[in-house]
Design a protein around this ligand. Structure first.
Ligand code: ADP
Ligand code: MG
Length: 247
């Protein structure tokens, strides 16, 4: 496959005290590629996502976005964060702002857009995630699935080059999981570069170009979903799959 790298991690290491949470991580995500990251709890998946967005400093190695080394601090860091949209398990919407204001805020503050222009773009994106009607409401008036779709719209409003999703459906009631995954599938079809930490194996099978399996701070397997699910090589992956595919 011809790879046009958008996110490149090279020999990335990080500790939390004694814990070597990221161990020699090498990972390239091509433009338009969807990489699903799976692995047991505590294996370093969230830390990896946060490192890509510089929410977590690393000790050694390099992380590049679209060919540029990630800056350590300052203004360029805010710009970088805008270039990599992040969606977490908890939606982190501002409770005292409307849905529309939530989606417009970053555009105005970080992208320097005029409110009218930002609101126009917000409405477009809310329409895309099926929430045009909800614009004047407050987050508490929405279901969890709707709030998570607002969070996705808010990240997209910054025109990111890539999107990181860290267990975006883990806090949702089962009947709301699909409406969020469907928005993510649509994004994938439109060519968005995505790194997705999830336990939704159906999503991994249907939307991922690659599955990265992490255990104890290392990337243990990095393969196509088909290969990974039908023929996992490592004992760690076999063990993990047998546990999660059982229930
Ligand atoms: N800020 C932190 N300080 C100390 N230890 C942390 C911190 N964040 C995460 N850890 C530890 O690092 C390990 C990996 O965490 P995390 O990246 O959240 O794993 P995952 O997302 O795969 O469950 C865990 O053992 C966790 O307890
Ligand atoms: Mg996590």
């Amino acid at each position: 496959m011809a790879v046009d790298p958008l996110i490149e991690l090279h020999d990335v290491n990080k500790h939390f005290g004694e814990l070597h949470v990221l161990q020699d991580i090498n990972l390239t995500v091509g433009r338009g590629e969807v990489v699903v990251v799976i692995g047991p709890s505590g294996s370093g998946k969230s830390t990896l996502c946060r490192a890509i967005n510089r929410l977590e400093p690393i000790e050694s190695g390099t992380i590049r976005l679209d060919g540029q080394l990630l800056p350590d601090e300052g203004k360029s860091l805010a710009r970088l964060r805008a270039e990599v949209g992040m969606v977490f398990q908890s939606f982190n919407l501002f409770a005292h702002k409307t849905v529309l204001q939530n989606v417009s805020l970053g555009q105005i503050k970080v992208r320097g857009r005029k409110r009218e222009e930002a609101d126009r773009r917000s409405r477009e994106l809310l329409d895309r995630v099926g929430l045009a009607e909800q614009a004047p409401k407050y987050p508490a008036q929405l279901s969890g699935g709707q709030q998570q779709r607002v969070a996705i719209a808010r990240a997209l409003a910054m025109d990111p080059k890539a999107m990181l999703f860290d267990e975006p459906t883990s806090a949702l009631d089962p009947e709301m999981i699909n409406e969020v995954l469907e928005v993510m599938r649509q994004l994938a079809r439109e060519g968005m570069t995505m790194v997705v930490v999830t336990h939704e194996m159906g999503f991994a099978r249907s939307a991922a170009n690659r599955v990265v399996f992490m255990a104890d701070g290392r990337i243990v397997e990095d393969r196509s979903p088909d290969e990974f699910f039908t023929d996992p090589r490592s004992d760690r992956a076999k063990d993990f799959l047998s546990k999660i595919l059982k229930h």
